[in-house]
Design a protein around this ligand. Structure first.
Ligand code: SF4
Length: 373
């Protein structure tokens, strides 16, 4: 059974079921012509969708798990989870500076499916499938499309590189692997003895926690070494009792649970939301790990804030929150140079920053975000 909504037609049918008959004639209670807005004249359930949402964005299709759709208040056009999940016309405004591969995965792809950027760790991208299509995704050009993977070459590469101590499963989303597939990978990689840590970067626990099966978890447990699950989550409304219950299971299995989030205009880019969010993460047992400045991916400028604004938000948080609740605020440099802490960037002009990479190289970064205060 399909567990997600993947077209506007399916979404309308979902809205019909959820909001019921009472809302099917939104003009019933309008008492004067002055109150008759365009929104009110639309038939239900179109009346719950904005013009921007029904505009027919091409390229990166709609995908929302039913569980996640249930968390959205569809009567609120600015609901933060709705902004994360619903395609908007603004995505068609591709800016000249935006990139198809904004963090330079391609430059660092050692063999198909393996990204080797930092000496002691590598990424395995074994799927391009995700439960949700996040509208700000930096891999939106590859998510949902066929991606070449050469597993024999990956294994050979790992065996030949004893300096790699940590393998990071990313995506797509490794939380979507069937347990048998994950177990097969585990068995094949079990001969690579120098791997000490296995990290799973997944959004599934936050967007469809009940789809993480006991079998999937038991395979994760079987990996030899330290297991780490980094949950991609972006807003306190994602931290439901189902998420808390899953995290409790992970902690019981001695799995380290961290979070990564993206700073997004209209969704979480304000001190109060983030303060609440990071505090709640710790309360359910998740250590905030990374807060990412938004990558310069195609069609994402409506989510972008400036580095100056991001730094101001982060500085206010520092003054308000225990370090236990603070993630590291980072920027993935375009060109494959890796992450740098934002607070280390040196501003050399209103939009230009100098960054020093982990290899000691100096790189210029042009900020394209807009400060809203
Ligand atoms: S789950 Fe991750 S990889 Fe998939 S669309 Fe969302 S941000 Fe992109």
């Amino acid at each position: 059974m399909q567990t997600y909504i993947s077209s506007l037609e399916e979404l309308k049918s979902y809205l019909n079921t959820r909001y019921g008959v009472e809302n099917q004639s939104p003009t019933t209670y309008i008492s004067s012509a002055a109150h008759l807005t365009k929104q009110n004249t639309l038939p239900f359930p179109e009346s719950l969708l904005t013009e921007d949402e029904t505009g027919g964005v091409v390229g990166f299709p709609l995908r929302i798990p039913y569980y996640y759709a249930d968390l959205i208040d569809w009567k609120n056009p600015r609901d933060p989870l709705r902004l994360i999940a619903m395609p908007q016309k603004a995505e068609e405004n591709i800016q000249p500076y935006e990139l198809t591969d904004p963090i330079g995965d391609h430059e660092k792809e050692a063999v198909p499916g393996l990204i080797h950027r930092y000496p002691d760790r590598c990424l395995l991208l074994l799927t391009s499938h995700c439960k949700i299509h996040c509208r700000f995704c930096f891999r939106r050009e590859v998510v949902g499309k066929v991606r070449p993977v050469n597993f024999a070459a990956i294994k050979e590469y790992l065996l030949a590189h004893p300096e790699i101590r940590e393998v990071i499963f990313s995506g797509g989303d490794p939380g979507t692997f069937p347990a048998a597939f994950l177990d097969n990978i585990r068995r094949q990689l079990s001969g690579v003895m120098h791997i000490e840590r296995w990290r799973f970067h997944t959004r599934v626990p936050a967007v469809d926690p009940q789809s993480i099966t006991a079998q999937w978890l038991s395979v994760v447990e079987k990996f030899i070494g330290k297991k780490i699950i980094v949950i991609h989550t972006d807003h306190p409304n994602e931290l439901t009792k189902e998420v808390a219950s899953l995290v409790a299971q992970l902690l019981q299995k001695n799995i380290l649970v961290l979070s990564q989030s993206v700073l997004l205009k209209g969704v979480n880019a304000d001190v109060e939301t983030l303060k609440n969010f990071f505090t709640q993460l710790v309360a359910v047992g998740i250590k905030p790990y990374y807060l990412h400045h938004l990558d310069q991916a195609h069609g994402t400028s409506h989510f972008r804030i400036s580095i100056v604004e991001g730094k101001n938000i982060f500085t206010s948080l520092r003054g308000n929150l225990s370090s236990v609740c603070m993630p590291e605020y980072v920027l993935d440099l375009p060109g494959g140079y890796g992450k740098v802490p934002i607070m280390w960037l040196e501003q050399i002009s209103p939009q230009q920053y100098k960054a020093r990479t982990f290899e000691g190289k100096e790189v210029l970064y042009t900020d394209q975000g807009v400060t809203s205060f």
